[in-house]
Design a protein around this ligand. Structure first.
Ligand code: 0PR
Length: 384
């Protein structure tokens, strides 16, 4: 109810506390989320610059410069420091924007997109919005079977989408093979690295072998990478990166009133959070590559620990060797529905993908939480 007369801030705050306490990452038993507590420094910066609006770069030209630098820093991690692009609300907006550019630069109003069944559902949303047919390519071992996908390509296809860090298992699809196919067909290639984009570059730096997935493949035209996932930036902070600035002209719209003169807007959103870009910028500068490398190393170590503990249990196993901090776990006999129900009863926030549990090993987890979880797996297993 919208009150006729307001009450004191204290009263509102205490009501809010009552309404909201206890949810989210509190207690740490959250195994289902690709997000986590934002870094406290980024929170502070976000609050300090909360009124900055990237939708009006004439009023906020300095914020626009900061945004450019964030895009360039992300581009640097993804082998293309000269990338163009934006900070957006998240992976969904990034994927929609990329496919919008792909469709418009193809010169067609209608067409089709080829992605695997492991692609995030935001690709389906984007196709629906853009009037594109979503052609689902079959998978082998939970990544696109590119040989099979070849058969889906024809003159209607405007883009192929590969995922570097699948939502279900954190796997990297064979982007290099997709690049060959896209090149042969003369089709746009977009890589969704919403989660993996701030993990894979650091794994590489840690000496772990990572298949090629980024702008180092010249056919890759655009990428999604989300600072609000493994980047620890406050929500909302996604990013969409393009190989060339000119590509954005295909979605440009005139906004004459904004500047008085002719001004072209090349983003999906109008009013946009400058604080999101500034907070991500501040955090990148504060943590540096070293800070993120350490964060990724810690999550990977914990992931390996979880895998080792699960493999020691009778009847439980991991679905496939994880490539990043995301693991699929299944029981030989007990159904995923039962497992979800039992773990939820025990206070775990869990999620499933297909017929297994998907566990995202985010920074809010630690060995004690993993030990508790493994203990509960044992108990759930006994019930089977
Ligand atoms: N692309 C990939 C590969 C993703 O995994 C996701 C989100 C997106 C795009 C879309 O990103 P936005 O949600 O930022 O628009 N994957 C997570 C998922 O669906 C999102 C998420 C995060 C869900 C935290 C729950 C949660 O607690 O699982």
């Amino acid at each position: 109810m919208f009150p006729e007369e307001g009450v004191s801030q204290e009263k509102v705050l205490s009501t809010l506390q009552r309404l909201l306490e206890g949810e989210g990452y509190v207690g740490g038993r959250v195994l289902s989320s690709m997000c986590t507590y934002p870094h406290p420094f980024a929170k502070k910066v976000f609050e300090a610059y909360i009124e900055r609006n990237l939708g009006d770069p004439r009023l906020f030209p300095k914020t626009a410069e900061i945004e450019k630098e964030v895009v360039s820093m992300l581009g640097e991690l993804l082998s293309h420091p000269n990338a163009a692009g934006y900070i957006v609300t998240g992976g969904t907006e990034a994927n929609i924007t990329a496919l919008w550019v792909a469709r418009n630069s193809s010169g067609k109003r209608r067409g089709a997109v080829v992605a695997s069944g492991e692609a995030h559902f935001s690709i389906a949303k984007a196709c629906d919005l853009l009037g594109l047919e979503f052609r689902v390519a079959p998978c082998r071992n939970y990544v696109m079977d590119v040989e099979e996908a070849r058969g889906l390509l024809d003159e209607d296809v405007v883009a192929v989408v590969g995922v570097a860090g699948t939502t279900g298992l954190g796997l990297v699809e064979p982007i290099e093979e997709m690049a060959e196919v896209a090149e042969k067909a003369g089709v746009y290639l977009h890589v969704d690295a919403a989660f993996g984009g701030l993990v894979l570059p650091f794994l590489k730096e840690l000496g772990i072998e990572v298949p090629k997935f980024d702008f180092s493949l010249e056919q890759v035209q655009s990428m999604t990478v989300d600072p609000h996932k493994m980047g620890l930036a406050p929500i909302p902070a996604g990013a969409v990166l393009f190989r060339r600035e000119e590509m954005l002209n295909s979605i440009a719209v005139e906004a004459p009133y904004l500047t008085g003169g002719l001004y072209l807007v090349k983003t999906l959103s109008g009013t946009r959070s400058g604080a999101s870009a500034i907070a991500a910028w501040a955090l990148f500068k504060h943590l540096g590559k070293k800070g993120y490398r350490e964060l990724v190393a810690r999550c990977m170590k914990l992931t390996e620990y979880l895998v080792k503990r699960v493999e020691e249990l009778p009847d439980w196993s991991v679905v496939t060797k994880p490539m990043m901090n995301l693991v699929g776990v299944r029981h030989e006999r007990i159904s995923i529905e039962r497992i979800m129900e039992e773990l939820t009863k025990k206070g775990w926030a869990v999620s499933r993908h297909r017929d297994f549990l998907r566990i995202v090993v985010m920074p809010h987890l630690n060995t004690n939480i993993i030990d508790d979880f493994v203990q509960d797996l044992v108990e759930v297993g006994r019930g089977g």
